[in-house]
Design a protein around this ligand. Structure first.
Ligand code: C5P
Length: 400
């Protein structure tokens, strides 16, 4: 599957007529799941406007090394570090010469020098300029340095000549860039995960909750991202940093979590319910702080919706709906009845008392076929194994 999920492409545009193709190129990168930031040389702006590219990439275009506003948003060294791939397209004969000689007199050439990311070059120029010995020597030098060359293609040129020197078609460039990355087991998939506890308000200052730390969900989110998925993490209140490249939606109560989940799962491939959702919520939330009175008070609680069961019964349910069960007794038997009752594809069960707030976990995997043990370990390592299982099952024909 062609995917650039989560990949950060820094597109450097130089001043050739083929620069107009960068509008389509940017659109295709985004369609393939990439995030695109663009830098342009001054002459590139004569061929296509920064505004067009800003609108298509959703990010401000960087034009000048010394622009204080652009530098405040993301400095050029930060931009160089941000990229997973730097692509210069179209790369004119002049820009190829300048890159070959290590010049750094504009933002594009500076970024090319500063970036630790791989660099790809898609040349576009008149066929005579391409065939010239100096250009060929420059290209050979870049090739020897490990740059990836994309094209050029052959055909009719803007100047009327026919020959080698046309910018490769945007589809070919995107395919060549995607091939530079290892495609993970979940490349191109959208994975939605709930995590952490929910808080059910009693009054403006008090709530009912549980000890879930969110660590398992956050480990799964980070690892799903590393496996190439686009990840949405719907998180109850936890004290954890959002994993890189994960879209996090913060919620408080079970009802908030349900609404955010139903919004997010449309079109998703995988839903993993890791959250320790409160089973009940107070029947009424007092408008004012509840006053101390008497030795006992009665709380009336009502049942919360079962979020994962709501997801599983949707007509367009994700291909894999995966639950967790933190049990204190009869882990396998309770897990099996939950799998059936909630119509799950897979359930990861564990001993609740061993798991909450811990960095490691021991899991029993339960599906329609039976139960197997997953070797205990750090939550990140276990998360990787879980995602591998999910990815393998995604390839099988759906049972729904
Ligand atoms: O029934 P129990 O709470 O043990 O089920 C656990 C599984 O169901 C977990 O995947 C959890 O995220 C999900 N769940 C839910 N909504 C609830 C209760 C549990 O999504 N209200």
């Amino acid at each position: 599957m062609l995917s650039l999920s989560n990949k950060r492409i820094l597109l450097g545009i130089t001043g050739g007529i083929a620069a107009y193709k960068c509008a389509e190129l940017t659109r295709l990168f985004i369609k393939a799941g990439a995030e695109v930031r663009i830098v342009m040389t001054k002459s590139a702006t004569e061929f296509i406007t920064p505004l067009t590219l800003q609108a298509l990439s959703g990010n401000r275009v960087h034009l000048d090394l010394l622009d204080p506003e652009a530098e405040a948003a993301m400095g050029h060294i930060e931009l160089a570090r941000w990229a997973d791939l730097v692509l210069v397209a179209p790369a004119t004969a002049n820009s190829i010469a300048r890159i070959t000689h290590g010049e750094a007199d504009d933002i594009l050439t500076t970024l090319v020098l500063a970036t630790p990311a791989p660099i790809a070059i898609a040349p576009a120029m008149n066929q005579g300029m391409w065939a010239d010995a100096q250009t060929q020597a420059n290209i050979a030098a870049l090739d020897a340095r490990g740059y990836t060359l994309i094209g050029p293609g052959s055909g009719e040129q803007a100047c009327g000549d026919v020959g080698l020197g046309r910018l490769s078609e945007p589809e070919e460039i995107v395919t060549a860039c995607a091939a530079l990355f290892d495609t993970g087991a979940l490349a191109g998939r959208h994975v939605v995960i709930t995590g952490g506890p929910t808080r059910e308000a009693l009054d403006p200052v008090r709530y009912i909750s549980n000890h879930s730390s969110g660590k398992m969900a956050y480990a799964l989110a980070a690892e799903a991202c590393a496996a190439g998925a686009r990840v949405t993490l719907i998180s109850g209140p936890v004290a954890l940093a959002t994993p890189d490249r994960v879209t996090r939606i913060d919620v408080v109560s079970a009802l908030d979590m349900l609404a955010a989940t139903l919004d997010a799962v449309d079109g998703a491939d995988v839903f993993i319910g890791v959250a320790a959702v409160a089973d009940y919520r107070p029947a009424h939330i007092a408008d004012e702080k509840i006053k101390k009175s008497g030795d006992e008070i009665m709380l009336s609680l009502v049942k919360n919706p079962d979020i994962i069961a709501e997801v599983a019964k949707r007509e367009n349910r994700p291909a894999m709906v995966v639950g967790f069960a933190a049990e204190t007794e009869n882990v396998v038997a309770n897990g099996q009845s939950k799998l059936a009752a909630k119509k799950l594809d897979l359930l990861f069960a564990n001993q609740a008392t061993d798991t909450f707030n811990s960095d490691s976990v021991a899991i029993t995997v339960i599906d329609a076929e039976g139960a197997t043990e997953l070797a205990a370990g750090n939550k990140h390592l276990v998360a990787r194994k879980m995602l591998q299982m999910i990815a393998e099952r995604l390839k099988l024909p759906s049972a729904h």
